[in-house]
Design a protein around this ligand. Structure first.
Ligand code: PEP
Length: 244
């Protein structure tokens, strides 16, 4: 069983949505595989409609932590849930770097997602500088703990995913080696198991995943699937990743 999540980011025009979604829906999956498409929020309803008879589910790329109110430009987890989406990406490194999503905000967004009965895909990952400093496990541990802190009980009962996305590998063409990714995934799993008392949590790898590197990464014991950016914008590439 593997999980394939697509993060379209701010890409794809309205005229291209149907072709991309149906191309993925039409790909033959094994029954235990799961596919999550995260389009820009303006396409959520269309994506929900196009996937309603399939194994593919829909997620938002970001939601605000308040339920409603005077927050111009934002959307709430409740809105996304009522549209029929099931996941929300929380704490993506681009949100952390470009939009001020800090640990405290991410913690609130995780809770808001759960309160709307959605499953968060919680992203963590170190920068190149942090990796080279040698102490990046401390960074990852702190990202995990601060995202879930105070929500352990509700998260224990919920379905949620962790995505390990080394910042230096996102959109750069530099992929973590299978060994590098496996080492970090094993570390994340052991930390999660101690926080959540043995609960089995799926951990996705993200960062320049392509058809050519997906197979080897997925062979690693603690890699349960992928969060894919660039390569998820092409039916051929994304379905090749799913077949790898
Ligand atoms: C991402 O944005 O989550 C990502 C992994 O992007 P890419 O696959 O393009 O590196």
């Amino acid at each position: 069983m593997a999980i394939y999540a697509a993060n379209w980011k701010m890409n794809i025009l309205p005229s291209q949505v149907q072709e991309l979604v149906t191309g993925i829906v039409d790909h033959k999956l094994s029954d235990s595989d799961q596919v999550i498409l995260c389009p820009p929020s303006v396409y959520l309803q269309e994506a929900v409609n196009l996937t309603s008879q399939s194994q593919v589910v829909i997620g938002a790329q970001n939601t605000y932590f308040e339920v409603s109110g005077a927050y111009t430009g934002e959307i709430s987890a409740k809105m996304v849930a009522e549209l029929g989406a099931t996941y929300v990406i929380v704490g993506h490194s681009e949100r952390r770097q470009l939009f001020g999503d800090n640990d405290q905000i991410i913690n609130k967004k995780v809770l808001a997602t759960l309160e709307a009965s959605l499953s968060p895909i919680i992203c963590i990952g170190e920068t190149l500088e942090q990796r080279e400093s040698g102490d990046f496990y401390t960074v990852l541990e702190s990202q995990i703990v601060s995202a879930v802190s105070g929500h352990e009980t509700v998260l224990s009962a919920a379905d949620f995913l962790i995505a390990y996305e080394p910042v230096w590998a996102i959109g750069t063409g530099k992929v973590a080696s299978p060994e590098q990714a496996q080492d970090v995934h094993a570390f994340i799993r052991s930390r999660l198991e101690s926080i959540f008392n043995e609960k089995k949590i799926s951990i996705l790898y993200g960062g320049s995943v392509k058809p050519s590197n997906a197979g080897e990464l997925l062979l690693q014991q603690d890699i349960d699937g992928f969060l894919v950016g660039g390569a998820s914008l092409s039916v051929a590439d994304f379905t090749a990743i799913m077949s790898a």
